[in-house]
Ligand binder design. Structure first.
Ligand SMILES: [Zn+2]
Length: 116
């Protein structure tokens, strides 16, 4: 899970590039090899690309956002305020299996009344 803010879309340089144990000569060799290219994690050129709309409410996403990715690297993107109600509804389904539908619905009803 990640909380994604505007700075997460910036290009970054590898942290080790400016480590004191890397000599200037080594640094030049690394840079010449292309291994020290700036990179982004989030955004069009990165590993994770936000969707335009929130997975839970369907409204347009704005920063900050919350991102989760699963074992198959699929991603869900949410407004921070949508995380709690989304998780409550997932727990409702779990609770239905664990304690029954009526009690699961009663718990969710109370959570909704409490803002989630
Ligand atoms: Zn949302």
């Amino acid at each position: 899970m990640a909380i994604v803010t505007a700075k997460d879309f910036d290009f970054h340089f590898p942290d080790w590039l400016h480590a004191p144990e890397v000599t200037d000569e080594e640094r030049k060799k690394i840079q010449a090899s292309g291994l020290a290219e700036p990179y982004v994690i989030f955004g069009k050129e990165g590993m994770c690309n936000p969707t335009e709309f929130c997975f839970f409410c369907g409204e347009k996403l704005t920063l900050p956002m919350v991102m989760w990715h699963g074992s198959n690297h699929s991603e869900i993107w949410l407004h921070p305020n949508c995380v709690r109600p989304f998780c409550n509804r997932m727990m409702r389904d779990f609770n239905q299996l664990a304690i029954g539908k009526d009690e699961a619905n009663a718990i969710l009803k109370k959570q909704k009344a409490d803002g989630g």
